[in-house]
Design a protein around this ligand. Structure first.
Ligand SMILES: [Zn+2]
Ligand SMILES: [Zn+2]
Length: 373
């Protein structure tokens, strides 16, 4: 690749193999960084974008940049990009993770101070490869850190594949747990979903030492990992195929009260209804996983009669990226982060990886972006 061009994997037709296309490297804006991609990982959102489900919600122009999880090495820094978002100096070759870019001028950015809610966010995987900055995703030889986007240097003891998963899954779990409020040794916790979100949540919540930490989901192999990471009880969909049986299992594990905290990381439309069902009186439900999909009914009276607190949590701010990397670094002896990763796909097999994700055959596959040249 010439130093002024990048090769990126792009969606040119929904559900069809991604195309490897050559694009110009942008002339970076002050504060922006062009990175050389070290590694990327695939998320459920990438499958939604590739399969065309995002097209129902967003105005997308083909060819579309792909990938939003990844680690890049500083390749072309600019004035204003000397430090990361927490003040660590950044040099050429340093590894970084970064966020989408909030506008910094809207009500949500300036009054609510929550850039996740910004209505004018610039997001790489919603950007056409024909528009600036051309290489806006993470599935390519290069990527682009938007000028106002937060960025965090990856600590030396955090592997790039771990940091890649931290850049989406773990940074989503951390604010969701914060929003639930204080959780301690007298509480019972249920986690719906044993994908990357559910497994990271198990690790994070196990350190609060709740009385019971119940994980719900499939396949059974992931429940084994959930137990090693601190789950006291595991409920598989194979053993408990219907919602009533799952609720009974949660009641049994919680002295008939239900769980004080239920975290929905399942990504199934019916999961929130089940969460309300298995929550204890005065309990809290945080829903995160089901950010797309068809409508599904819930029994709203449960919120009233049990006086539940129901909260949504979406993505995370740059401070959550910093906390995610710090968590991985501090607890790398306690949790074997390598166990999350299933297959390492060379770039020409990425479509196979997306299909495997779609069928639930992968937890967190990696894309070897260094092989794109
Ligand atoms: Zn993601
Ligand atoms: Zn904004």
């Amino acid at each position: 690749v010439a130093s002024d061009s990048a090769r990126i994997l792009a969606v040119t037709k929904y559900g069809a193999p991604l195309d490897l296309i050559e694009v110009s490297l942008p002339d970076p804006e002050p504060g922006a960084i062009i990175v050389e991609m070290d590694i990327a990982s695939i998320c459920g959102s990438d499958v939604h974008q590739w399969s065309g489900r995002f097209a129902e919600v967003f105005d997308l122009q083909m060819p579309i940049c792909t990938g939003h999880e990844g680690v890049g090495r500083v390749y072309v820094p600019t004035d204003g990009a000397e430090l990361d978002s927490v003040g660590t100096p950044l040099a050429v070759g340093d590894r970084v993770i970064w966020e989408h870019e909030a506008c910094g001028h809207c009500y949500e950015c300036q009054v609510l101070h929550d850039d996740v809610l910004c209505r004018k966010r610039r997001t790489g995987m919603l950007t056409s490869a024909t528009s600036f900055p051309y290489a806006a995703g993470t599935f390519g030889s290069h990527g682009y850190v938007w000028p106002k986007a937060g960025r965090i240097r990856v600590p030396d003891d955090v592997k790039s594949e771990w940091a890649s998963a931290a850049s989406c899954a773990l940074r989503t779990v951390i604010p969701a747990v914060e929003k639930a409020g204080s959780i301690g040794p007298d509480d019972t916790v249920a986690i719906q979903g044993v994908g990357p979100l559910g497994l990271f949540a198990t690790a994070v919540l196990s350190l609060r030492s709740p009385k019971r930490l119940i994980t719900i989901g499939s396949p059974a192999g992931r429940q084994q990992l959930a137990r090693e990471w601190g789950a006291t009880d595991t409920i598989t969909l194979e053993d408990y195929p219907d919602a009533a049986a799952r609720k009974d299992a949660v009641l049994e594990a919680t002295d008939g009260r239900g769980a004080d905290f239920v975290f929905e990381f399942a990504g199934a439309p019916a999961a929130l209804g089940e969460a309300l069902d298995m929550a204890a009186r005065d309990g809290t439900c945080v829903t995160v996983g089901t950010a797309a999909g068809p409508a599904s009914p819930v029994f709203a009276h449960q919120i009233i009669l049990k006086q539940l607190t129901v909260r949504g949590s979406f993505s995370g701010r740059i401070g959550h990226y910093a906390k995610a990397l710090d968590f991985m670094s501090r607890y790398r002896e306690r949790f074997d982060w390598d166990r999350l990763f299933t297959t390492r796909y060379p770039p020409d097999r990425i479509t196979e990886a997306l299909e495997a994700m779609q069928h639930g055959a992968e937890v967190k596959p990696l894309v070897l972006t260094q092989e794109i040249s």
